[in-house]
Design a protein around this ligand. Sequence first.
Ligand code: ATP
Length: 573
Amino acid sequence: MSLGAADRLLLASARRGGVWLGLTVVTSLLLTGAGLALPAVMGRALDAVLSGGDTARWITFTGLLIFVLVAVDAVDDLVGQIAEARSTAWLRHTLLGHVLALGTRATRTFTPGDLVSRLVGNSARTGNSASGLVWVVMGLVPPVGAIVALALIDYWLCLTFLAGMPLVVLLVRAFLRDISDANEGYFRVQGTIAARLVDALGGIRTITAARTVDREARRVLAPLPELRRHGLGAWDAIARISARGDLVVPLLVVAVLAVAGLGLAQGRITPGDMLAASEYVVMAAGIGGVLSSLNQLAQARTTAGRIAEVMAEPPAAYGHERLAEGPGRLEFRHVTVQGTDGPVLQDLSLIVPGGALVAVVGRSGAGKSLLAALAGRLADPDEGEVLLDGVPLRRLGREELRQAVAYGFERPVLLGETFADAIGFGTPTPSAEDVVAQAGAARADAFIRHMPAGYASRVTGTPISGGEAQRVGLARAFLQAGRVLVLDDVAASLDTVTEHHISQVLTGALADRTRIVVTHRASTAARADLVVWLADGGVRGRGTHRALWADPRYRATFQPFSLPAADTAGGAR
Ligand SMILES: Nc1ncnc2c1ncn2[C@@H]1O[C@H](COP(=O)(O)OP(=O)(O)OP(=O)(O)O)[C@@H](O)[C@H]1O
């Protein structure tokens, strides 16, 4: 993490407080000014009482200053909170936009739980410190002003105070170092716990079925002792600075008051000056107020650093080129994708003819989904490139690419309020007729109509089966289908009759598109114009299912239960 990036982000978020932050500066200035003037005015009031001067005038001034302090304090709280809310909103917006722009890369680099903790907790902590930034700067004004006031009363007072300052500076530096380390550890561990919790919620069925609830709870909360250690570290730093401050500050106060007493005895200063000096020396030594703001700022820098880490990940860059009319011909040119233990796909070259129905088959882990992801830039190759109708995908504009290549997934996430929304998701202006037509094509229409509110039924709170969710996802993919449609194992939860019907849609209404279908089923491969058989990081074979079937290793890629009689070489079509 670069501290520079964290500081820049912190400042940028503070700036989003806009006019409210400006008002915070004004109210802080007023509070600081009134706070600084009060001891002097009180001193004058005392001198006036003792010497029979204009007592009423000075007491009125004192009352006015106290009124200003109370009234402005209330306004200061309000404008400060508005500025903080604006900063936090901007941070969340910016971070969320960036995470979504990172696409699949976001969750490969950061776990979802960790991202959520950065997006929710860390953003708030950073944004809420926007006005804290003002307070740190403003917090320094009273001590500095008080030192100047001491000098104005009597320069010996000021010199006595300054003699003790190096000690105070050392204390503050040590505090900042300790508190930053503790905060950094604390927020990191918080992110780890959030990540584990999200994992556990994702696998809650498995955990419940395997009766491992207690074990899982222990796993999620395992970093708690570390969290406690960092939390205690922060408290320790605060306790140390206040203990040391409790020692140093009274010593400073006593030293300055002793010099002031001497000045009073020698007639250099008046009793009112003595009263003011006693207030100013406490104010000058009042590092406590600044310390809590500094602590807040140190936390905000740490959380800003965690946000800056995500922001530093570059999102996928899109080009500006558009596609000319074309059949949807895809070309994989010497494509290599590195996995964690070496290449998953290596130097793979493949042409998917425009308008063809291509089945991608292979054993589990062969890289079928990865190949499907490469076809529409849900993943980018480490070497080589993928071209659509002659244009490298990287050069295409985002909109152009997303319109050209549509996807359907095995476990679709249904996004949108209602089922109609979920099907129309991603299509700019889906008409109700189109939504219903594609739901019919994907065999989703009947069960959606049976719901109490039909297409207007809410997705959240309406339990549906895995196969039903797949059909809704398919309807969305059909509606979106551009010149290329990629279906990644979409029929996994479908019965053979439904799957057959959907195959008919692929070879009927959508026959003019390039269709890439990742499948484990021989029956689907049999219906394809071309089968691409992946193994050992490359294309082991390509051709029709019937031709490839002669190879026993090809036959072995299909699980026995998915080989109906019709799927023998003779029956395969
Ligand atoms: N974008 C990526 N970058 C690097 N490696 C990846 C990427 N996507 C997937 N992989 C890795 O590629 C390997 C193959 O995964 P993939 O999901 O493509 O297999 P598959 O053939 O579809 O398997 P299955 O039939 O079980 O779904 C896995 O080890 C996976 O971790």
